[in-house]
Design a protein around this ligand. Structure first.
Ligand code: AMX
Length: 440
């Protein structure tokens, strides 16, 4: 069986030739226009980014290399065996994102083994993380740790020694595998430094990426392992324009190595309109529970509606609702709801999440601003973690950060393999727009 490195060595020249042919034959054709609204409105829907690993449809949601989440659940290998014996593993998804082919169980396992081999964290980084104040946000701690690991970048070393550009992708792949392998270790150290005594649980070579991550965090329950697999799969990629993926790609386009590129992506993920929304959602639900308990009222459709309006009237967003691209309920929300129905149907917070879903779309529609009144991925993830006793919700975005690396860096691999150029779109001033519209 070919390793991931051997598989990609065969594939890279094929994909390079395909892209050259695409450019040669169709390079001059128009795929979109840009309006003034789009230019000053965050670039929504402008087709100007090249992203191979996934594609987002506004109505249907995400597809990874052409496969929807339910299709991945039917086709990708699981920890226990071939497809259908539980949640797919993130390693299997990574194989798919990198190679455009559904892996066999043996191929997915070989990637598990490859990552396990690379997972050790150098002592200077462990010491650095332990020196950080517990009050530093876990996302900031994760970025500090990843930046410190950059010392060992194989791409940066190869570049400094003058390697030919045709070889960039090989060194990039080495770094990416190292980053994927070490991120859960870093994340577990951050968790322990922030909430525990600095030590982490032990890992086991017979387990997969997700179960070992769970053990490092102190969780030892097969059901929680399944949740971790689902979580790491569904948060991994959401095409190229979201802030964390785009930032990673942009920084990578300067030939910053994968450590530098993904640290930048993590900083984007740490914003409340993006990945931090999952911690905000949990905070919002707990606040509403606390408020109505203190007032002696039940949490039901009426009180949630009241709380939603209070949030909107105080100039805040309802976290976990709305999306820059999606216009329907996020299938990542639906897959988590299905998990909850299977494993925790009677959970109190899960029921509240369900009631929120019954009323908030109507409230947002009546409010009349948001283009998408439906829930996104972040409105569900926190309550699942909470159910298993994972209550440190300031940390939730770190889990998102471990997952998003899988998609964003799979694309960085192809960026280097396909020789993608420095990203540098054109900006214009308001005066330029005014003159342009006057003259047109
Ligand atoms: N609550 C209240 N107002 C909302 C809203 C929400 N959930 N979603 C959008 N709006 C408002 C916007 O703030 C904007 O108001 P403005 O005109 O006063 O600036 C207006 O509706 C139009 O926004 P939009 O075009 O529908 O959305 P967008 O593309 O500008 O922003 C997003 C998308 C996700 C930032 C926004 O929906 C939002 O803030 N949601 C809440 C935060 C959240 O859940 N983020 C996570 C998204 C998923 C992810 O990246 N992890």
């Amino acid at each position: 069986m070919a390793s991931i490195q051997e598989t990609l060595t065969e594939l890279v020249p094929v994909k390079q030739a395909e892209l050259v042919a695409l450019k040669k034959e169709h390079g001059h054709k128009v795929i979109g226009d840009v309006t003034v609204d789009q230019c000053i409105g965050g670039g929504r829907d402008i087709k100007s980014l090249f992203w191979e690993t996934s594609l987002l449809d506004a109505q249907e949601g995400i597809r990874f290399r052409g496969y929807s989440i339910p299709e991945l659940q039917q086709k990708l290998p699981t920890f226990k065996g071939p497809a259908g014996q539980g949640e797919p593993t993130p390693e299997a998804l990574v194989w798919l994102m990198l190679t455009d082919t559904i892996p066999t169980k043996a191929e997915a396992d070989s990637l598990t083994h490859e990552l396990y081999k690379r997972s050790e964290i150098p002592q200077h980084v462990v010491a650095l993380l332990k020196s950080l104040p517990k009050s530093l946000h876990p996302m900031s701690q994760l970025v500090v740790g990843l930046m410190a690991l950059q010392k060992d970048s194989k791409f940066a070393a190869a570049y400094a020694s003058g390697v030919h550009k045709k070889e960039y992708w090989k060194h990039t792949l080495e770094d990416i595998l190292d980053v994927w392998a070490k991120l859960p270790e870093l994340a577990a150290l951050v968790f322990s430094n922030t909430y525990k005594d600095g030590s982490v649980g032990s890992k086991d070579p017979s387990l997969d990426y997700s179960a070992n991550f769970a053990r490092r965090l102190g969780y030892n329950k097969p059901e929680f392992d399944e949740l971790m697999r689902l979580y790491l799969v569904i948060h991994s990629d959401h095409e190229g324009g979201n802030a964390s993926a785009h930032t990673t790609h942009l920084v990578g386009s300067t030939l910053s190595d994968p450590y530098l590129s993904y640290s930048a992506g993590l900083n984007a993920l740490a914003g409340p309109l993006h990945g931090l929304a999952n911690q905000e959602v949990l905070g919002w639900i707990l606040d509403l529970q606390k408020k109505f308990k203190a007032e002696g009222k039940p949490v039901n459709k009426e009180t949630i509606t009241q709380f939603a309006w209070e949030t909107l009237k105080s100039g805040k967003v309802i976290p976990g609702y709305g999306h820059a691209v999606l216009r329907k309920t996020d299938p990542r929300y639906t897959s988590q709801r299905e998990f909850a129905l299977k494993y925790l149907p009677d959970d109190e917070l899960f029921k509240i999440v369900g009631t929120i879903y019954e009323v908030v779309p109507d409230v947002l529609t009546e409010h009349g601003k948001t283009k998408n009144p439906y829930p996104n991925v972040d409105s569900h993830s926190g309550v699942l973690l909470w159910h298993y006793g994972f209550k440190e919700f300031n940390y939730y975005t770190v889990l998102f950060g471990v997952s998003r690396a899988l998609g964003a860096l799979s694309q960085v691999f192809w960026d280097r393999a396909l020789g993608m150029p420095l990203e540098r779109p054109k900006s214009v001033t308001s005066k330029w727009i005014q003159e342009h519209v006057n003259n047109s």
